[in-house]
Each structure stands twice: as structure tokens, then as C-alpha cells.
Design a protein around this ligand. Structure first.
Ligand code: NAD
Length: 396
């Protein structure tokens, strides 16, 4: 494995470049190229997953790693985690070019940051890959429970998807309360869920337990069969129809870019609140939602349950725990549930400032990591207290 840091003067040409601390190019096993970007470590080590895909060029991969690592800084800050933002991308086909040796050399690449970057799974990488990386560095999370056995932190590891869905559930509840200006039961409401894979399936289960009517779609028949078997009352529509169904909440759980010029005019919902990353095709699409009086819950805030889950795994594993979080599963779950309060805080502040929710969320995140807000002010309790008192104004 060899590497070189890219020249900041050249990186300035990339639209999302934001004085990243590192953008490093690696030549891994079999001459496969990878990039790791660390955007900002003001709040702590940069945590973000490792993606493997067939980028068409190195430029495309650099663009992605710059954008995604920056996104992780905002996400981790709003999740109340003492972590910065980073990301790794490997250029290659995960089906044919991924080997154990390749992932081990990615582990060496992660180790070159001396603790400033912590990796995890993302599209194209698996738990098994994390095990290979772990042979070279401690800075990897998302390990399978069996790899954690005997280390006393097994209860803080494992698949993050259920936690992502749990955070989303609390975010949806907050958005519904906000929309109705009072505590409002989910029972009898309708949710349109796009994609019933790992997180979409879980959110359906949680919403169904509260008596929510479900309309679902997926391009994968097996995923649809599973949901129909487990929740026989679901109504299935085609992937094109999901945008136009009448529902209270649209819950995107498949892919990015789905809020665009084509789809926004079709929506017949009051709220968009789902877990897919990068739902807005372009920044101006949030304004289009506002103009149609559709409340948008920023995706990186409502889908942070997974990163909270792997974050706790890292705190337990590394003994890096500046906010003295309790290292139990209950404490981690409570942190995930706090996403509801963070969502409420953003919605209220956005209303007060008369601005789109995404803009408010970005500003709040920047206050934490750019302006160096003291760590004890960003802890869970601080967020919760603020949100609770303000939320009370709405729900009383
Ligand atoms: P997944 O692959 O398990 O599920 C995605 C589902 O969407 C699949 O069933 C797929 O068939 C379906 N799908 C794909 N294209 C579709 C289309 N055009 N119309 C309808 N359905 C379609 O992935 P996942 O882990 O559930 O993640 C879903 C989204 O949530 C992704 O954007 C991911 O980045 C985001 N996310 C996931 C997590 C997590 O913990 N898994 C955390 C944060 C964000």
C-alpha cells in the first residue's frame, strides 16, 4: 500500500471541497485505487463508511469522497456524537474485484491516519470486510457480533439497520406532532414507504405496531413478498405510483435524488421523513417542497441511528468516550430515540427563522463543529433539554 496527500490547491476545484483536513490517494493490493477524506475532526475522530463501486474516473471518486465525508461531519454533529466526518471510497467492482487482501490493505490505509479516521460498512462492503480491515487497525466498526464475542462490547455491535429505523420512527413521530401542533397519535395515519429492504422493512414494522396504514413499493419481488407475509394489510403499489399516493408521510428508504422536478409535484403528503441518503436531487428542491407546504425532515438527521449504533461500538472498543456515555445498549438506544427531540428542535428553529429545515439543520451542525461549541454543550442531555422545553410549547 502506498499513498500521497492530494494538493489542496487542486482540491479547491471540487464544488464540495471545504478545507478538508486530508484527502489521501492510496494504491492498494492489485493496484486498486482508493481515496480517504477526513473533512473535520473538531468534535473527534472522523467516522464514516467505506464504499466500493465502479467509479468511471478518479475525479468522480474524489468528488464523492469529498462530498460524503463532509456530509458525515454534519450527520455526526447533529447526532450529538463526539465524532468528526470522514469517508473511504474504493474504485472497483465489489462483486469481482474485492478480496480479503484488498480489504486488509484498506485496513493499512485506515491505519495511516493514526486514529483520525474510523471506517465502517457502506454500499459495496460487508461485515466480513470489516473483519479483514480489523486485522490491520482498531479503527473499524460494524463488526459482526461473533467477532465481538469475549470483548464485552458485543451488545454494542451488530447490524445498525434496526437502530436506523428506530431513530426514523421517533423522527416521524416528532414531525407528526409538529405538523398538528400537539402530541398526535400515529394510529390511523398512512405512510407511503419507498423500498422495503433493510431499513424500510424495519420502519414498516414499527409503524404498523402503532396502527399506521402502510402503502409500500419495491423493485425487488422478494422484498415485497417478505413484507406481505409479515404485514398482510400492506397495500403494494408500483415504484412509479408511490409518489402520487395519498398519505400523511412519505418515507423514502431506497435511493437518493428522489425528490426532484418530476416527483415533487406528484406528492400528496404533508411530511417527507425517511432514511434514504441524499433525498433532495438538488438544493433548490427543498424550496419546492416548502412552496407545496410539505415538511421535509433532513435525511442525515433522521437516519443517524445507524451511526450512533456504530459510534457506541467505537467508544466501547477504543475507550475514547469524552462525554462519558454509558456503555450499555440501553444508553445507546436512548441516544437513538433522542433523534425525535433533535428533529423537533430543527423544525421549531426553522419555523422561527422562517427558513427551510435543511438550512437550519446545517447551521446548527456548523455551530457545533465549526464554531467549536464545547463538547459538554453538544451532549445528548443538552440537546434533549432544549428540545423538550421547546417541544412542550408545541404539544401543550
Ligand atoms: P437495502 O438495499 O437493504 O434496501 C433498499 C431497498 O430499496 C431494496 O429492497 C431495493 O430493492 C429497493 N429499491 C431500489 N430501487 C428502488 C426503486 N426505484 N423503487 C423502489 N424500491 C427500490 O438498503 P438499506 O440499508 O435499507 O438502505 C436504504 C437507504 O437508507 C439507502 O439510501 C441507505 O444509504 C440509507 N441508509 C441506510 C442505513 C442503514 O442502517 N442500513 C443508515 C443510513 C442510511
Amino acid at each position: 500500500m502506498t499513498y500521497q496527500d492530494l494538493n489542496p490547491e487542486i482540491l479547491k476545484e471540487f464544488p464540495d471541497y471545504d478545507d478538508h483536513e486530508y484527502v489521501r490517494r492510496f494504491v492498494l493490493e492489485d493496484d486498486i485505487i482508493a481515496f480517504i477524506a477526513v473533512h473535520n475532526t473538531n468534535l473527534g475522530p472522523a467516522l464514516g463508511g467505506c464504499r466500493m463501486r465502479q467509479y468511471t474516473s478518479e475525479l468522480e471518486a474524489i468528488n464523492d469522497v469529498i462530498r460524503l465525508s463532509k456530509g458525515m461531519t454534519y450527520k455526526n454533529a447533529m447526532a450529538g456524537l463526539p465524532l468528526g466526518g470522514g469517508k473511504a471510497v474504493i474504485i472497483g467492482d465489489p462483486q469481482t474485484q474485492k478480496t480479503e487482501k484488498l480489504m486488509q490493505s484498506l485496513g493499512e490505509a485506515v491505519a495511516s491516519f493514526d486514529g483520525a479516521y474510523v471506517t465502517a460498512e457502506d454500499s459495496g462492503t460487508t461485515e466480513e470486510d470489516m473483519v479483514a480491515i480489523a486485522t490491520q487497525t482498531e479503527c473499524v466498526v460494524g463488526l459482526p457480533p461473533e467477532a465481538l464475542e469475549g470483548n464485552e462490547y458485543g451488545e454494542l455491535g451488530g447490524n445498525p439497520s434496526p437502530m436506523t429505523a428506530l431513530g426514523c420512527y421517533h423522527g416521524i413521530k416528532a414531525a407528526v406532532d409538529y405538523r398538528h401542533d400537539q402530541k398526535f397519535p400515529l394510529k390511523g395515519l398512512t405512510a407511503a414507504v419507498q423500498g422495503v429492504g433493510a431499513v424500510g422493512y424495519e420502519i414498516c414494522r414499527l409503524l404498523q405496531q402503532d396502527g399506521v396504514n402502510l402503502i409500500v413499493t419495491d423493485v425487488n419481488q422478494e422484498a415485497l413478498e417478505r413484507i406481505k407475509e409479515d404485514i398482510p394489510t400492506v397495500r403494494v403499489v408500483t415504484p412509479d405510483e408511490i409518489y402520487g399516493v395519498e398519505a400523511d408521510v412519505f418515507v423514502p428508504c431506497a435511493m437518493g435524488g428522489i425528490l426532484n422536478d418530476d416527483t415533487i409535484p406528484q406528492l400528496k403528503v404533508g411530511i417527507v421523513a425517511g432514511m434514504a441518503n441524499n433525498q433532495l436531487h438538488s438544493a433548490h428542491h427543498e424550496k419546492m417542497l416548502v412552496d407545496r407546504d410539505i415538511l421535509y425532515v433532513p435525511d442525515y438527521v433522521i437516519n443517524a441511528g445507524g451511526v450512533i449504533c456504530v459510534g457506541y461500538e467505537f467508544f466501547r472498543k477504543s475507550a475514547y468516550n469524552p462525554q462519558d456515555f454509558e456503555m450499555t445498549r440501553d444508553a445507546m438506544v436512548a441516544h437513538v430515540e433522542n433523534i425525535g427531540k433533535t428533529v423537533m428542535r430543527i423544525l421549531l428553529e426553522a419555523r422561527n427563522a422562517n427558513q427551510p429545515t435543511g438550512e437550519t439543520s446545517n447551521q446548527l451542525a456548523e455551530e457545533k463543529f465549526v464554531k467549536g461549541e464545547a463538547l459538554d454543550q453538544v451532549n445528548q442531555e443538552g440537546n434533549a433539554n432544549f428540545a423538550e422545553s421547546d417541544a412542550r410549547k408545541v404539544v401543550q
